[in-house]
Write a protein that binds this ligand. Structure first.
Ligand SMILES: Nc1ncnc2c1ncn2[C@@H]1O[C@H](COP(=O)(O)OP(=O)(O)OP(=O)(O)O)[C@@H](O)[C@H]1O
Ligand SMILES: [Mg+2]
Length: 775
């Protein structure tokens, strides 16, 4: 539809291709002026021409073409545009030379990454057309199988056409696509591109978004027409992979050894990388982070998650490009295993000329056969089925309309925001959820099992150790909000660092933060806590008498004391777990303890609960305070020792990044608020000497000066203070190894072909080496 905007014609089109074409024609002096339901008016070099519009043969993704039938000067003309292979199959005879020349142009355009459309025309005689129209109207009115019937009728008329020519439209990548893909790959996510474009265009896009690189050993192209051909091609590729793996043990084979995965997985699918301001989005990317299955025969080693990611990224191996007609066979039950086997060995998978249904089928296959978590991202109506099929559907709102957005779970405005969605929000969400769960199990086991131990001392009489009111509101009032605040606000590293170190994402892929082991650990921790919580007060108060001669060994007093220590322990525990303190966390955590005492008083004294006076009496005696202190120390010291040991000796990437973040904070705080006081100067001096030391010996000795120790969060101060320089050496060694790999990679990235096509001149270099975290 042409629209007059301030004297200039603007076009509203169903597809951005079309608006680009009519705009270009307008700029060359062929203006699409006006349109009514039955007429089209154009202006050719100032001369008005009017066409009668007889019929529109709509586009769909199966037909991959569309036509209009128009009449002018009593001649009926069919004009058709569509995908090259589809139009070529429907051309009349005797155009061999024209076809060959056009094919050359097509290849050239597609090789440059342009979206091509082939145009053709056919003059129709009146009689044939009226007969056809009759049939078309009948088919259009039929109640069942209308689509198929119309398809067959369209087929009748869209044949014997004359080739007119070919158009090519630049479909620019959106900003930041190569960078986003690189970072997501580094995060251990596997990417598949599913596009309706032709093979050459798809490969070119693959290069410009750096999914395909010159580092690849081989790019396999599957274009077989029959099942046998496709099978043979797949078999051949499998052989090549085997041979190369044998001869390049440092390459892909290396991955086989090092990939470690808990058997779970995650796959992600993506669509549309194109620029909003440019013609339409065409690419679909599928991600899969199935580390253990990606590499054939990969042994499950004992390596950690970050190692897995390193190995994935080092896999320069293979890429596979599959054509739509071959994909049909690849998705058949006979070949799907073989197909997945080869695809899993490839760093990049690109499927071209794929129909919307096939996009969904690919995802279904990955979900089913790989047991992977999939994410699909796309912007067009042709991505809707894929977005619906994937576990997580992301729609990009852009020029291709809102269908994808409406079908999706998340919608974003640009492809590059996916990085933040996954690496920041996705990661935080997982981290929060796991911490929440671990704490939740812990606190409930610690609470519940006190009754179990008490059963041994109350003759299994089913008497409860706590006040029934306490039991009812323990989870509701005293311990729910702190863990909720943790579940909402917690973050181990900042968003900036999450993006800077994509490998921080990998624990999620391997379910490292909450799994059976973690569950058992929480339960054991709960059991241990409940033992201390019950037995220490029990031992203390068993035959207890106060100095004034009051008997302290009664059930209610014991119950009150255990409950109080339990609440204090829960609070201390969540305070230790919280690494990101907001004002809400403070209110919830400390407020919970205060609430406990206030409610206990209110319930017993004001409402008149049965435990009136028990806690008050206990609190009057030093015994209570010592018991509380000893119990809390016994509960917290082992936990802290255990955590500090691991943070210090086996720091995860997240620990290291947190430390770096913390140091940066201290530095900026040092330089701003307390600059001029003598103590600040001393602190800075010690910080500096700490740094000097840290550079030589790792960060182990950094915290030896008291000033800094107070500034670090508790879970860092101790481990660092206790740090052994021996271990730090090994960490540094590992870092330097990573560094050498990484600098090698960066060097290679400079030479990537098509990086200039990315529309992303100064991408943020993916920073994934651990040694940047050096102090
Ligand atoms: N409006 C149209 N008119 C005629 N042909 C079209 C039109 N839109 C697309 N085509 C042809 O049909 C093919 C398939 O289109 P489809 O929408 O499935 O995928 P795409 O837009 O090329 O890619 P993507 O899957 O990345 O969106 C296109 O490559 C193009 O050749
Ligand atoms: Mg499209």
């Amino acid at each position: 539809m042409p629209e007059d905007k301030n004297g200039r014609l603007e076009y509203q089109a169903q597809s951005p291709d079309e608006s680009a074409l009519v705009s270009a024609a307008r700029n060359f002096g062929f203006v699409f002026k006006h349109r009514t339901p039955n007429t089209i008016t154009i202006e050719i070099k100032g001369k008005i021409e009017e066409y009668e519009l007889l019929s529109i043969l709509d586009f769909n993704n199966v037909r991959k073409r569309m036509s209009v039938i128009v009449r002018r000067n009593n001649k009926i003309l069919l004009l058709c545009k569509g995908a090259d292979n589809v139009i070529y199959d429907r051309l009349g005879p005797d155009q061999i030379e024209l076809k060959a020349r056009t094919q050359e142009h097509l290849n050239k355009f597609a090789g440059e990454g342009l979206r091509t459309l082939v145009l053709a025309e056919r003059y129709l005689d009146d009689e044939f057309f009226s007969g056809w129209r009759q049939r078309q109207q009948e088919a259009a009115l039929s109640m069942d199988g209308r689509e198929d019937k119309l398809g067959a009728i369209y087929e009748e008329i869209e044949c014997d056409m004359m080739l007119v020519g070919v158009t090519a439209i630049e479909d620019k990548l959106q900003d930041g696509v190569p960078q986003t893909i690189a970072n997501l790959q580094m995060a251990g996510i596997k990417i598949w591109v599913l596009t309706g474009d032709k093979q050459e265009t798809a490969i070119n896009i693959g290069y410009s978004c750096q999914l395909l690189t010159d580092e690849l050993v081989d790019v396999f192209v599957v274009d077989g027409v029959t099942l046998d051909e496709v099978e043979q091609q797949l078999r051949k590729f499998k052989e090549s992979i085997k041979i190369i793996n044998t001869f390049h043990p440092g390459g892909v084979y290396h991955n086989n050894i090092a990939t470690a995965n808990g058997g779970n997985s995650s796959t992600v699918t993506i669509e549309n990388l194109r620029h909003n301001a440019a013609p339409p989005a065409i690419s679909v990317v599928t991600f899969s982070a199935e580390c253990d299955q990606i590499f054939d025969g990969g042994e499950k080693g004992a390596t950690g998650a970050s190692t897995t990611a390193t190995d994935i990224e080092e896999n320069t191996g293979f890429a596979i490009v599959i054509n739509g007609h071959s994909l049909v066979h690849c998705l058949s039950p006979e070949l799907e295993d073989r197909f997945l086997d080869v695809a899993s060995n490839c760093k990049a998978v690109i499927c071209c000329r794929v129909t919307p249904l096939q996009k969904a089928m690919v995802i279904e296959l990955i979900k089913r056969a790989k047991n992977a978590v999939t994410l699909a991202i796309g912007d067009g109506a042709n991505d809707v089925s894929m977005i619906k099929a994937a576990h997580i559907g992301v729609g990009i709102s852009g020029q291709e309309g809102m269908q994808a957005v409406l079908a999706s779970d998340y919608s974003i405005a640009q492809f590059r925001y996916l990085e933040r969605l996954l690496l920041v929000h996705g990661r935080w969400s997982y981290y929060r959820m796991c911490k929440f769960l671990r704490y939740f199990f812990y606190k409930n086991f610690a609470f519940t099992l006190c009754h179990f131990w008490f059963a041994f001392f109350c003759g299994f009489s089913a008497q409860t150790v706590f006040d029934p009111m306490f039991i009812s509101v323990y989870n509701l009032f005293y311990t729910s909000l702190p863990v909720l605040a943790l579940g909402v606000f917690e973050q181990d590293v900042s968003d900036k660092n999450s993006l800077e170190y994509p490998k921080l994402y990998t624990p999620g892929l391997t379910n490292a933060l909450f799994n059976t082991t973690e569950f058992i650990r929480s339960v054991l921790h709960g059991i241990f806590s409940s033992l201390v919580l019950f037995l220490i007060p029990y031992g203390t108060y068993k035959d207890g008498v106060s100095p004034e001669g009051y008997v302290l060994s009664d059930h209610m007093l014991l119950g009150s004391v255990v409950a109080t220590i339990l609440i204090i322990d829960n609070t201390a525990q969540i305070a230790l777990d919280t690494s990101y303190w907001t004002v809400f966390n403070h209110i919830m955590v400390w407020g919970s303890v205060v609430t406990y005492f206030v409610l206990d008083y209110f319930y017993n004294y004001v409402i008149g609960g049965p435990y009136v006076g028990s806690l008050t009496q206990a609190m009057k005696e030093p015994t209570f305070w010592f018991t509380t202190l000893i119990s809390v120390l016994m509960l917290m010291v082992p936990v802290m020792a255990f955590r500090f040991y691991f943070v210090d000796v086996y720091p995860s990437l997240s620990d290291k990044v947190r430390l770096k973040q913390r140091m940066a904070q201290i530095r900026s705080r040092q330089s701003t608020d307390v600059l001029r006081t003598p103590s600040a100067r001393r602190a800075r001096r010690s910080l500096r000497s700490g740094y000097a030391f840290a550079h030589q010996e790792g960060f182990g000795r950094l915290i030896t000066s008291g000033k800094i120790m107070r500034k670090l969060p508790q879970d860092f101060a101790f481990p660092l203070g206790l740090g052994s320089s021996r271990k730090q050496h090994s960490i540094n060694h590992q870092d330097s190894l990573n560094h050498s790999n990484n600098s090698h990679k960066h060097q290679q990235q400079v030479h990537l072909p098509g990086s200039s096509n990315g529309g992303d001149a100064s991408p943020r270099a993916p920073c994934q080496d651990l040694d940047t975290i050096n102090l």
